[in-house]
Ligand binder design. Structure first.
Ligand SMILES: C[S@@+](CC[C@H](N)C(=O)[O-])C[C@H]1O[C@@H](n2cnc3c(N)ncnc32)[C@H](O)[C@@H]1O
Length: 423
C-alpha cells in the first residue's frame, strides 16, 4: 500500500526485494527539490576520550567545537571560552551552545538534565574510554535515543518503525553498552523509558546502523579523510533505497542559515536528472566513485544486502583495477563528438543513466562525466540548482564541496566555465 509523503511529489511503496522505497508520484525534473526532512534525533560523532584514537580522530575531537543543539560550528571567540557562561551548559563543563536560544531549546529536548548527567558519567567511565570510536559514538546514540523516548515519545515510535532488527553484531554491542546505560537510569527521577531492556537496546542499535546519516565536517581539498561531525535520524530520508548510480542526492547546509534557525540540519533531496512518474528514487549511501568490490562489501556489511543495480551488473565483470574515473577521460573524448548526449531527456529516458543502452562496455560513463565532482578528495555528486526564478540555467552544485559548475563544461575544455562559488 502506498503512503503519500507530505509536501513532496513522492510516495512510500513496497519495492520487491528491497522493503519500502521512495517512488515518484509524478514526473520529476532535474534539480527539483523533492524532499525537505528534519531530524528526529541528532548526536555528536565524538568519542568521550581522545586517548588511544588515531591522530585524525583526536584532531577532530580536540579541534571541533560546535553547538550541541544545532551543530553549527561555534565562532572562535566562543570555543572553550569560559568567559561566555551564557553559552555553556549550566550543568556540565563539556557542552557549548551557540546562543541562549539554542541552550534553552536544548534543555527541553536534545540536552535534558538526564542526558547531560548521563554523558558526564560516561565521560568518566574508564571501561568505555578504552573502547573504539565507533562504540563510544554508539553510546552517544543510545543516550540520545533513550532521551528521545522521554522528551518525544511519538518521535521515538518513528525511530522504532524504521528498518532494522537485532543481529549478532548489535546484540554483542548491546551486551557491552546496556549495563552502562542501565547504571545511568537512577541519575534522575525521569526514567529513560518504560520498556528499557537489553533487547530494546539491541534493536535501537540496529535502527541506527541502517538509518543514521552523517553530517560531515567542512570539505577541504587537503583532507582525504573527511570526518563526520554528527549523525542524524531523518524519518522520511530513511525510506530511500540505495543505487550505485543514484537519480537524486542530498544536500545539507549545517553551518548555514541564521543562528537560532534550527533548520540548518534539515536535509534537502534534489533530483540529479529527470525521471518519469512511477520510477523509484534512490540515493547512493556513499560516494559514487568507490569501486565495485568495495561497494559490495560496504552494502553487505553495513546494510545487509547484495547490490544488483545496473552498474553493479556491468562492473561485476571488470577486474578490480578497472576504474570508471580513469576511463572517464577516454570516454569524454568520444562524447564530445556525439550530439546525442546533449539531450537531457535522453539521460532521463527509460535507460536513466545509460544513453547508449546496454550494448556499450562502459554504459555509465556519462553519469561520471556529468554528475561527479572532479575536485581533489571530493567525490561529491552534482545536481542542477532548483529550476526557478533568476537561477542561471544549467548550473550544477556539488553536494559535498559546494562547487558550482556550468553544465556547458561538458562541451568545452574542463573547468573553463566554472561558476564562482558563493559563500
Ligand atoms: C535506509 S533503509 C531504506 C528503506 C528500507 N527499504 C525500508 O523498508 O525502510 C536501508 C535498507 O533498505 C534495503 N535496501 C536499500 N537499498 C537496497 C537495494 N538496492 N537492494 C536491496 N535492498 C536495499 C536494505 O535492507 C537496507 O538495509
Amino acid at each position: 500500500m502506498s503512503l503519500a509523503v507530505p509536501n513532496s511529489p513522492l510516495k512510500v511503496d513496497e519495492i520487491q526485494g528491497r522493503g519500502r522505497g521512495m517512488v515518484a508520484s509524478r514526473p520529476l525534473k532535474a534539480g527539483q527539490i523533492i524532499l525537505r526532512d528534519s531530524p528526529i534525533l541528532l548526536y555528536a560523532a565524538l568519542p568521550f576520550s581522545t586517548q588511544s584514537l588515531s591522530s585524525s580522530s583526536s584532531a577532530l575531537a580536540s579541534s571541533s567545537c560546535f553547538c550541541y543543539h544545532c551543530f553549527r560550528t561555534l565562532p572562535p571567540s566562543l570555543q572553550g571560552d569560559s568567559s561566555s557562561p551564557t553559552v555553556l551548559c549550566p550543568s556540565c563543563p563539556h557542552h557549548h551552545f551557540c546562543s541562549v536560544a539554542c541552550l534553552s531549546k536544548a534543555q527541553i529536548s536534545t540536552h535534558s538534565l538526564w542526558l547531560c548527567q548521563a554523558l558526564s558519567h560516561l565521560q568518566a567511565n574508564s571501561q568505555l574510554l578504552e573502547q573504539s570510536l565507533e562504540r563510544q559514538v554508539q553510546a552517544r546514540f543510545l543516550i540520545a535515543a533513550y532521551n528521545l523516548a522521554n522528551v518525544s515519545p511519538s518521535d521515538f515510535q518513528i525511530l522504532l518503525s524504521l528498518q532494522g532488527s537485532s543481529d549478532d553484531d548489535t546484540i554483542a554491542t548491546a551486551q557491552f553498552l546496556h549495563p552502562l546505560i542501565s547504571s545511568l537510569c537512577s541519575l534522575s527521577s525521569v526514567n529513560p523509558h518504560n520498556g528499557f531492556s537489553l533487547e530494546l537496546t539491541s534493536v535501537l542499535l540496529a535502527k541506527d546502523k541502517l538509518n543514521a546519516f552523517g553530517l560531515m565536517q567542512p570539505f577541504s581539498e587537503d583532507d582525504d579523510q573527511r570526518s563526520v561531525r554528527a549523525y542524524g535520524i531523518y524519518p522520511y530520508a530513511s525510506f530511500f533505497n540505495h543505487d550505485c548510480l543514484p537519480n537524486a542526492c542530498r544536500f545539507d547546509y549545517v553551518d548555514g542559515g541564521l543562528p537560532g534557525d534550527i533548520h540548518n540540519t534539515d536535509f534537502i533531496i534534489r533530483m540529479i536528472h529527470d525521471v518519469p512518474e512511477g520510477r523509484e528514487i534512490c540515493l547512493s549511501y556513499f560516494p559514487v566513485n568507490e569501486n565495485y568490490s568495495s561497494r559490495q562489501k560496504r552494502l553487505l556489511e553495513d546494510y545487509g544486502f547484495n547490490c544488483n543495480c545496473d552498474r553493479c551488473n556491468v562492473e561485476s565483470n571488470w577486474s578490480d583495477n578497472d576504474s570508471v574515473v580513469e576511463d572517464n577521460a577516454e570516454f569524454q573524448e568520444e562524447v564530445m563528438d556525439e550530439d546525442q548526449y546533449e539531450n537531457e531527456a535522453m539521460v532521463a529516458s527509460d535507460s536513466d543513466n545509460n544513453p547508449q543502452g546496454d550494448s556499450n562496455d562502459f554504459p555509465h560513463a556519462y553519469f561520471f562525466l556529468k554528475y561527479m565532482c572532479d575536485r581533489t578528495n571530493c567525490g561529491g555528486t552534482l545536481a542542477p540548482l532548483p529550476p526557478h526564478g533568476d537561477t542561471p540555467p544549467n548550473v550544477m552544485e556539488c553536494n559535498v564541496c559546494g562547487k558550482l559548475k556550468s553544465d556547458d563544461d561538458l562541451d568545452t575544455d574542463e573547468g573553463q566555465d566554472e561558476v564562482p562559488m558563493e559563500d
